[in-house]
Design a protein around this ligand. Structure first.
Ligand SMILES: *Cc1c(COP(=O)(O)O)cnc(C)c1O
Length: 436
């Protein structure tokens, strides 16, 4: 039997069918088929334990816990427990990452520091249909510099009839418009299509053209291998509640390449970025910690980091990204093969011709150009089929995530999903489609 039938870790707790509204399920007390770790990862046993420890420490010691902690994790430097793991996940030293705040807030912070438009070089290059929060951030940043977003933001769009971006098209824009571009910022893994961009090549090209290059790694961290330091990325931001299973709205993070350490980088400073030895003397002058930690602002939510920490320890036990990615490629590959055998599957090239209820896959076929997620596009377009399929899947205990008008995203998470989950998802999908 394939080892893909056994999850990589038994340290996660899956929601039960009866809890998620799976009314058409034979086994209400059994675990649901959860393929939504790209949106909100599941809770690990260690996350529950770490959060409970902090609640107990707070109960027992109150403010004393900041410096004297029953588990030797004083709150004054609690986030430092997460930094080595986060550094390993993004391919950076622990000084190059900071566990703080939330993704969109960190994106603004990094743009405040690194997006410095001048008269001639002021544009932002990004992907069309970036995650809405990122689009709002880019536009509002342009506005805050007195720029017109419709002029300052260049979006690269897939070719007609295609869903993912071609790197050559990104390069063509960079070559043509490079001298006017201040900042190149893409998502590592596109949230809608699941496309994984070739981060080192795009970063290299952006640098050649004299641009700053940042990345939004919301869907990449914990999902695909990253070597941000070696790839010479300037900065990156991420959330941790997707593949990193850190709890709803969990704490975010950022990466800043240590080449910036020697230059004063303008920043939106706060006291948690001030050197620890003198922080509590409350001096009037800000003396930042060297590296990404000097960008910290507030004392962070200990409960949020505790939940993350339990998950990161579970990642470590499972062998981190090398083991996780290896399994992920097999699991998503098997999922794709099963979907393509469905009688409702049509190739993307035939999508526009579809007249009967059917689906295609808009995620790139090359495993090197995607992470765990597959995005299914339901056809014919704009006929409400996706909504019916989505509701039908939930009734049958399969949790994915819908994007209006026509897409359902399904992501086998290698840590807690198995081949049985993807087989069941395809079987249930066929059953639902047959009722339409
Ligand atoms: C999930 C996601 C977000 C969410 O931002 P928050 O600030 O964490 O709410 C933003 N951007 C991208 C690309 C995402 O995938």
């Amino acid at each position: 039997m394939s080892d893909l039938y056994v999850p990589l870790s038994d340290q996660y707790i899956l929601p039960l069918n009866k809890e998620i509204g799976a009314t058409l399920c034979d086994d209400p007390d059994g675990p649901c088929t959860y393929l939504c770790g790209n949106s909100l990862g599941l809770v690990s046993k260690l996350s529950t334990a770490r959060v409970q420890e902090e609640l107990s420490a707070w109960t027992a010691r109150g403010v004393v816990g900041h410096f004297s902690h029953p588990h030797k994790r004083p709150w004054v430097s609690y986030q430092d427990n997460a930094h080595p793991y986060l550094g390993e996940l993004v391919g950076a030293s622990e000084q190059e990452v900071a566990c703080m705040s939330t993704l969109t807030a960190n994106l603004h912070l990094m743009m405040n520091s690194f997006y410095k438009p001048t008269l001639n070089r002021y544009k932002i290059l990004c992907e069309a249909r970036a995650f809405p929060s990122d689009q709002y951030a880019f536009a509002s940043q342009a506005l805050s510099h007195g720029l017109d977003p419709s002029d300052a933001i260049i979006e690269v769009t897939p070719r007609d009839g295609e869903y993912s971006l071609r790197q050559e098209d990104i390069f063509a824009v960079l070559e043509k418009e490079g001298p006017t571009i201040a900042l190149v910022i893409f998502s590592g893994v596109q949230y809608y299509t699941g496309q994984l961009f070739h981060i080192p090549s795009i970063t290299r090209k952006a640098k050649e053209m004299g641009c700053i290059c940042g990345w939004d790694l919301a869907h990449a961290i914990g999902n695909v291998p990253l070597s941000l330091h070696d790839w010479d990325v300037d900065f990156a931001v991420f959330c941790t509640y997707k593949y990193l299973n850190s709890s709803p709205g969990g704490i975010g993070g950022l990466f800043i390449h240590n080449k910036w350490n020697n230059e004063y980088t303008p920043r939106s400073a706060g006291w948690w970025g001030h050197e620890l030895p003198t922080r509590f003397e409350m001096p009037p002058d800000f003396r930042p910690i060297t590296g990404a930690h000097g960008f910290q602002q507030s004392n962070p939510s200990i409960l949020a980091i505790a939940a993350l920490l339990g998950s990161l320890e579970t990642f470590k036990e499972a062998g981190m990204i090398p083991a996780i990615r290896k399994r992920s490629i097999k699991l998503t590959g098997s999922f794709e093969a099963l979907l393509k055998k469905s009688k409702f599957f049509v190739p993307a090239s035939d999508a526009s011709k579809a007249t009967k209820p059917s689906f295609t896959i808009i995620t790139p076929e090359d495993p090197e150009s995607r992470g765990a997620q597959l995005s299914l596009l339901f056809l014919p377009s704009n006929t409400g089929i996706m909504r019916k399929v989505f509701d039908g899947l939930v009734e049958r205990g399969v949790i994915g995530d819908e994007r209006e008008p026509d897409v359902i995203r399904l992501a086998p998470a290698p840590l807690y999903n198995s081949l049985a989950d993807v087989e069941n998802a395809v079987n249930q999908l066929d059953l639902v489609m047959a009722t339409l």
